[in-house]
Design a protein around this ligand. Structure first.
Ligand SMILES: Nc1ncnc2c1ncn2[C@@H]1O[C@H](COP(=O)(O)OP(=O)(O)OP(=O)(O)O)[C@@H](O)[C@H]1O
Length: 277
């Protein structure tokens, strides 16, 4: 894998809540990520765009986990809680990791297994609500903010819902504990039309509401959305990072990256989607 050319700007956030540094991941002999650096600014909406099989899910999962074999992982991921000591994600023990995934960095990926098909979503929300010291009204508010009929969704089993509703419900479940960072992988249905603009704002406000010990403050969680579809990701993000050849080859304010793409891969991507941007 070749390093990115020097002319591709990768901006440096002032107050990173999460810093991925020189992250390399290989499965067997196949290197997927190659010394990747990515810093997430506290409170931002960051989109990471990459083609299929560029390692987006791998990156999302390493934000909370050192990954088991056959993955070989090097580099570091550091979480910086507001006013607290930095946490090295790969050094967490099992108990610490479980809590970390609930309250600090919650990751929703397409391959997370989703909901148990045999029980209602209401019963599957209960443990998270209990752990957070909140009640069903919180689940209802989160689901409603995402445009769902909360009662119907909570009474359903996952197989009775369509894919978009299941993905949105999965996102609401991850948000129950008011995580500081919400990482959403491959959820075009959840984060794009019609869940952008007002609905995403409403959702972020709902995430920050109700929880005393909430980590995010009034502004809601930092959001990291990973996916392939540039138009949708551009719409929802303040900042855009472009993943290619195992690295972030370019990152900056979304408008700037779209108006003045520097890296040849970003230029190709913007050109490809020009009509829909
Ligand atoms: N556990 C695993 N074992 C072996 N190979 C894996 C494993 N997980 C992912 N890979 C491979 O690593 C590469 C990157 O996969 P990953 O799912 O991280 O990419 P992605 O960008 O999220 O893909 P997509 O957009 O298709 O969801 C792929 O070639 C995939 O087959």
């Amino acid at each position: 894998m070749v390093p990115p050319p020097v002319d591709a700007p990768v901006d440096e956030p002032d107050d990173p809540v999460l810093a991925v540094e020189r992250l390399s991941v290989a499965y067997g002999g196949d290197e997927v990520l190659d010394r990747l650096d990515l810093a997430v600014e506290r409170g931002e909406r960051l989109a990471v765009v990459g083609e299929h099989a560029t390692g987006k899910t791998t990156l999302a999962r390493t934000m909370v986990d050192g990954l088991a074999a056959p993955a070989r992982v090097s580099g570091s991921v550091t979480y910086r809680p507001e006013g607290g000591d930095p946490v090295s994600v790969f050094d967490l023990d099992d108990d610490g990791r479980e809590r970390f995934r609930r309250e600090a960095v919650a990751v929703v990926t397409g391959d997370a297994g989703g909901f148990d098909p045999t029980s209602t979503l209401r019963s599957q929300f209960r443990p998270a609500l209990r752990a957070t010291g909140t009640d069903e009204a919180r689940a209802e508010r989160l689901l409603s903010a995402l445009g769902l009929d909360a009662d119907r969704v909570l009474d359903a089993r996952a197989r009775e819902l369509n894919a978009a509703a299941t993905q949105l419900a999965d996102l609401a479940l991850a948000a129950v504990a008011d995580p500081a960072v919400l990482v959403v992988d491959d959820r075009p249905a959840a984060l794009t039309h019609p869940a952008r603009g007002d609905r995403l704002d409403r959702f972020e406000s709902a995430v920050a509401a109700d929880t005393d010990g909430g980590t995010t403050g009034a502004g809601g969680p930092t959001l990291v959305a990973l996916g392939t579809e540039l138009p949708a990701l551009a719409t929802l993000s303040d900042r855009l990072a472009v993943l290619h050849d195992g690295h972030v080859v370019e990152a900056g304010p979304t408008e700037r990256v779209l108006d003045e793409p520097s890296h040849p891969h970003t230029r190709r991507l913007v050109e490809f989607y020009r009509e829909s941007l």
